[in-house]
Every structure is written in structure tokens, then in C-alpha cells.
Design a protein around this ligand. Sequence first.
Ligand code: HEM
Ligand code: HEM
Length: 276
Amino acid sequence: MGKVTHAIYIGVMTLIVLVVTAWLAYTGYSYYELPLEERFYHPQYHWFRPAGPLGHGLGIIGTFLILFGVVFYIARKRYGFMERYLRLKHVLEFHIFLCVLGPILVLFHTTFKFGGMVSIAFWSMVAVVLSGVVGRFIYIQIPRTIEGRALSLAEVNKAKEEIARELRQMEGLESSTLDLILNDDGRQRGYFARKLQLSRVRRELRHKHIDRSRRRAIIELVKQEMSLAGKVSRLRQMQNLFKYWHVVHLPFAIIMLVIVVIHVVITVMLGYRWIF
Ligand code: HEM
Ligand code: HEM
């Protein structure tokens, strides 16, 4: 998929979500805004209510979209379904599209009335959607930020090496001093360890009679390096932590599924058949 095709793909999906949401809100506004006890007297009560042709249909189609969005993504990701034709990234975008649109239809199915056991399914659905949005955002953000910080870190290190090279030529410093300055193992050091390292560098430079302005420049660079290395390492930890993101997304999806199955069985037993 080229850049333009991809933009169209995302654009069409976004447009569908917006148009459908706007249409549902517009067509049913006079019904959904009524207090529960007055809805029965609305001229189109039988159309909009959760068991009505529209309300019931929204529940069924919405649930179907969610199921399809989940099954399709898992089939591609875990079982390599259509691997040769579909990139995982695009299937994930499709997952997000269907699993945003589906819940919106389900929301209108409930007619904004969240009672009984099935409300657990509803709130699980909300949790899954929200965790999806947050997870997607962080997944994209962390590697980007790491990249940016790592680039700055590389620049600082380059500057440090240049200074070190100058020092080596001009003042003939032995390598132990240079090692102290160039120490860039990228480990995340604690606050006191960093202070200690800095004071060692300071002492060593003063000891070797390096002039003040150069000493300042070196200390500044060492400080920058430490702070950036710390940030990168913290971001990496966060990235690792985020593997546990599924702990929210997946179990809530399962809770939702189980309760919806019970909900559907109950409504069918009550005799609700939609248009069939
Ligand atoms: C995520 C999926 C779903 C959620 C969260 C959900 C939620 C709800 C809620 C909150 C109500 C209103 C309950 C009330 O009146 O207090 C409701 C009613 C209803 N739902 Fe669903 N629903 C879902 C899927 C479905 C599906 C797939 C079907 C049918 C196959 C369905 C059929 C019905 C029917 C027939 C009613 C009306 C029941 C009655 O008036 O007694 N729902 N649903
Ligand atoms: C009711 C709605 C949703 C349900 C039931 C659902 C369910 C799932 C399931 C079962 C998976 C597979 C997890 C796995 O492979 O272990 C998944 C993956 C994923 N979902 Fe959703 N999801 C929903 C909505 C969303 C939304 C709205 C977003 C983002 C805005 C989202 C983002 C993701 C991401 C990023 C993954 C990929 C995780 C990975 O491959 O490691 N989901 N979802």
C-alpha cells in the first residue's frame, strides 16, 4: 500500500465512523434525550428501543463488527491468515476501525440505558476501547521518543569525544581521566551515583589544571549525557512494561464476550428475534 492509498484507507474508515455516529445521533436524538419513563410515549418507541428493528439491529450488527474485527486480527497475527497479501499494520488499523464502529452501534443499541447484568458487558467494552486507544498511543510514542533521545545522546557523545580528542592533544591527559569523562555506558545511574561521578570528573579536571571555561563545557556535556542516558533507559523500561498492556485489553474483551453470549441467549429465550 502506497502512502496515498494508505491515507485514503484511513480517511474512508474515519469518515464512515463519523458519518454513522452523526446520523445515529441525529435520527434518534428526540428519543435518546427523553427520560426513561417517557420514552414509551415517543411515536417511534418501537423502532428505537433495544428490541426494536433499529435498536436490536444495531446490537447485532455492532457485535458482529467487533467479533469480526477481533477474529480477523488474531487470525492474521497468530495464524498467519492471508499473510502474503495483508500487512499486520493494516489489519490492526482495520481492527481499530471495526472495534470503534461496533461499540458505537452497540452504544445506540443500549439507548444509553445501562442497567442489569449486561451493563457489565457494556463497561467492559468501554474499558477495552479505552485501553486500546491508550495502548495504541503509547506503543507509537515510546519508540519515537526513544529514537529522538538516542539521537541527542549520540550528538552529546560526539561532542564529548571531540573535546576529549582536543584535550588529549593539547594537555596530554592520560587515559584514566579521559575514561572518566567518556564513561557513557548508558546505564541508568541513581541520583547519588550521578552526583558522585560528576564530582569525580570535576576534581580530576581541576587536578589536571584544565582551564575554567573548558572545564565548564566538559561538565555540561557530562551532565547532558547522564540525563539523556537516564531518560532513554527509563523509556526502555516503560517499553518493556508495556508488554503487560494486554492484561487490560484481552481479559476485558473476554469478559465482554462471555456476558454478551449470555445476554443474547436470554433475549432469544425471551422471544426476541429481530427481523427473522
Ligand atoms: C456488546 C454487545 C451488547 C451490549 C453491551 C448490549 C447491551 C444491552 C443493554 C444495555 C440493553 C438494555 C437493557 C435494558 O433494557 O435495561 C440491551 C437490550 C437488549 N439487547 Fe443487547 N447488548 C449487546 C448485544 C446484543 C446482541 C448481539 C443482541 C441480539 C442478538 C442483543 C439483543 C438485545 C435485546 C433483544 C434487548 C432488549 C431486551 C429487553 O427489552 O428485555 N444485544 N442490550
Ligand atoms: C470492543 C472493542 C475491542 C475488542 C473486543 C478488542 C479485542 C482485541 C483482542 C482480543 C486483541 C488481540 C490480543 C492479542 O493478540 O493478544 C486485540 C489487539 C489489539 N487491539 Fe483491540 N479490541 C477492541 C478495540 C480496540 C481499540 C478501539 C483499539 C485502539 C484504538 C485497539 C487496539 C488494539 C491493539 C493495538 C492490539 C494489538 C496488540 C498486539 O498485537 O500486541 N483495540 N484487541
